[in-house]
Design a protein around this ligand. Structure first.
Ligand code: BTN
Length: 274
């Protein structure tokens, strides 16, 4: 048995969505640390109302239940630490070092997407103590095997660990390493110093910083240069109208900025506006 909060892992053959399953368990009073994995999701959820699809038995589809004490403004760090822990696991198990595309995608070295993270909160809570947050991640382990497996719109945009490794990647081992790496990261979020350390690591791993980006928000989109990540894990973007901080939204990488552009990877909340 692992010596951390993620001791109970329910591995289901099939479920609509592991996030939905855990949100229901949370409402029924489940404790922090419950983990659910599915071989197949019939209605996997992606960010911004999208779906998340994968054939049965090949990818890692997992959600964890947290009951965080993190200040509301720093909630983004909850999904960030899951992305960072998944990157740790990919390094150890598959020998590849993914970058983090803000907000939480893991990208292979060629920029194609390897994994996505979706955090969902339930303000109602369902029990005493901190309100639950469910963080789910889908890691492309064995699928797509080649571009031929992908729908046209994902060709050139999605990849899997199997495309980067000589040997097949064991999903159980990947999950174990992910949970081992996640536990101390979640603990770190309880203190300001720990949150600062996780934000620092996010900055180091964030391949969005230094890229010209298009930011897509619900009501508008704008372009600029991603210059840093704040202490809360939000994205700082330099635009023609000044600096803006993006709390939630979609980011499209347009191109890297030219050498010499004044990037501040240590950028914190100071100087960020909007
Ligand atoms: C994204 O859009 O990039 C986020 C995808 C998140 C998918 C995972 S798979 C496990 C968990 N359960 C879900 O329904 N979604 C997340």
């Amino acid at each position: 048995m692992p010596e951390h909060r993620f001791g109970e892992v329910r591995w289901l053959a099939s479920v609509d969505s592991t996030n939905r399953y855990l949100l229901d368990e949370a409402r029924a009073g489940a404790a922090e640390g419950l983990v659910v994995v599915a071989d197949h999701q019939q209605a996997g959820r992606g960010r911004l109302g999208r779906s998340w699809e994968a054939p049965p038995g090949v990818n890692l589809l997992v959600s964890v239940l947290l009951r965080p004490t993190v200040p509301l403004g720093s909630r983004h760090l909850l999904s960030a630490v899951v992305a960072l822990a998944a990157a740790d696991a990919c390094r150890v198990v598959a020998g590849i070092d993914p970058g983090v595309k803000w907000p939480n995608d893991l990208l292979a070295p060629d920029g194609r997407k390897l994994a996505g993270v979706l955090a969902e909160a339930d303000a109602a809570g369902g029990s005493e103590g901190p309100a639950p947050v469910v963080v789910g991640i889908g890691i492309n382990v064995g699928w797509p095997g080649t571009d031929d497996d992908l729908p046209a719109e994902l060709v050139g945009r999605a990849t899997s660990l199997s495309q980067w490794t000589a040997d097949p990647v064991d999903r159980t081992l990947l999950l174990d390493r992910l949970l081992d790496a996640l536990d101390p990261r979640v603990t770190a979020l309880d203190s300001a110093a720990g949150r600062a350390a996780q934000a620092d690591e996010l900055r180091r791993r964030c391949v969005t910083i230094g890229s010209e980006v298009r930011v897509e928000l619900a009501a508008e989109s704008f372009c600029g240069v991603a210059t840093g990540v704040t202490e809360e894990g939000h994205l700082s973007v330099h635009t023609s109208g000044g600096s803006r901080t993006v709390v939630a939204g979609d980011v499209v990488h347009l191109r890297p900025v030219a050498p010499g552009y004044p990037l501040s990877v240590d950028s914190g909340p100071a100087g960020a506006s909007d």
